[in-house]
Unconditional design. Sequence first.
Length: 132
Amino acid sequence: MRATLIGLGLAALTAGAATAGPLDAYRWRSRVLVLSAPDAADADLRAQRAALGLVRGGVAERDLVLLEAIGDGAEARRLRAQLSLPAGEFRAVLVGKDGGAKLEAAAPIPPQTLFATIDAMPMRRSEIQGRR
């Protein structure tokens, strides 16, 4: 009986790890900007990358990491499935530290909009106050 319970416990842990979504590792640690595009040559994808490259300090200050779902690989499919994103179109999704989608757009999101959205979040306001 004890061996069966241990086996069932291990099976449950293994199943939980196997079903964990690609964003789960970031929960409560980082905000995530997910960029989804059909291919690396997508104009919106390139524009979003360029815009973020100009504001790296603001990105780092807000604990924002970038994840990309490009093409049709297994990881891209898993990430799109977790956020219910279409495969053939550009999407940008801001995910908060709590794991919830906070902002979604079918075009590049200006950094000012990203930062304003993040800075209005209660957790971010607490982070700012904690630094003072």
